[in-house]
Design a protein around this ligand. Structure first.
Ligand code: ADP
Ligand code: ADP
Length: 228
């Protein structure tokens, strides 16, 4: 489902962020990406949704080669891949409903379908009763749940999360994990970069460790493996 073949990435300043990665992630897997700061985790993740393009190598998502994809195809590809960030990235002037509906409105779904799909995903993240709220009226955990709802409303094959619990207190972080686990059980493949040792060591999943732009460890039901 996701396949990287001999992938390399140098930034224009000559920093070699990714140095020959080969990896296969199967449909329905849940993968934690761990490693020290500067190891290349964000770059690895950004290449999976074509936020960054590899300098060399192939990245196949459902047999589509992201590395070779034309710019104009990127918006179509993004519908197959939901993304969640550490800092939520909600639009502050839009309500919860509108933030989630936005992704559907740009593809001109009809309003009845939009309403049903938005309320269905708000139900999954347990925020149906806050559909009219603005992001500033929500807690951090609730804002992240809105961001997750927005990421899954197009029913993507893959959900990519870059430190989704990084700005949240521990209790709230566990709540986010319950939701990601639920989404994974509904069939969505999840790739999540994280520094949260407790979560990785408790909710056991595949662990891919990156150091110096290479995969140095890849274990099913692995552990975090670093001190903090
Ligand atoms: P991590 O997410 O593990 O902290 P990153 O992928 O962010 O690692 O960074 C890997 C390396 O690439 C680091 O040396 C970082 O400074 C560098 N880097 C990341 N983004 C850029 C960029 N846009 N331009 C130049 N160098 C970058
Ligand atoms: P109710 O009308 O009882 O509040 P609904 O299920 O009709 O419940 O709507 C839930 C929320 O979604 C409400 O806040 C409603 O205003 C909002 N909503 C419904 N459709 C839209 C839309 N197209 N754009 C923005 N908000 C919407």
């Amino acid at each position: 489902m996701i396949e990287m073949k001999d992938v390399w990435k140098s930034y224009p300043n000559n920093v070699k962020a990714i140095n020959g990665i080969n990896i296969t992630i199967k449909k329905g897997e849940f993968v934690y990406v761990v490693g020290p700061s500067g190891a290349g985790k964000s770059t690895f993740i950004k290449m999976m949704y074509r936020e960054e393009k590899p300098t060399k190598g192939d990245i196949l998502i459902d047999s589509v080669n992201l590395a070779k994809m034309k710019e104009k195809r990127i918006p179509y590809m993004r519908r197959k891949i939901g993304v969640v960030f550490q800092d939520f990235k909600l639009l502050p002037s839009l309500t919860v409903f509108e933030n989630v509906a936005f992704a559907l409105e740009v593809i001109e779904e009809n309003p009845t379908v939009i309403k049903r799909k938005v309320m269905d995903v708000l139900d999954i993240v347990m925020l149906k009763n806050k559909a009219r709220f603005l992001p500033t009226e929500l807690s951090g955990g609730e804002q992240q749940r809105v961001a997750i709802a927005r990421a899954i409303v197009n029913n993507p094959e893959v959900l990519i999360a870059d430190e989704p619990t990084g700005n949240l207190d521990p209790d709230t972080a566990w709540g986010i994990m319950d939701i990601l686990d639920d989404i994974n059980h509904r069939g969505t493949t999840i790739v999540m970069a994280t520094h949260n040792k407790d979560i990785v060591n408790t909710i056991k999943k595949r662990v891919v460790a990156i150091e110096g732009g290479r995969v140095v460890r890849d274990e099913l039901r692995g552990s975090y493996g670093y001190e903090t």
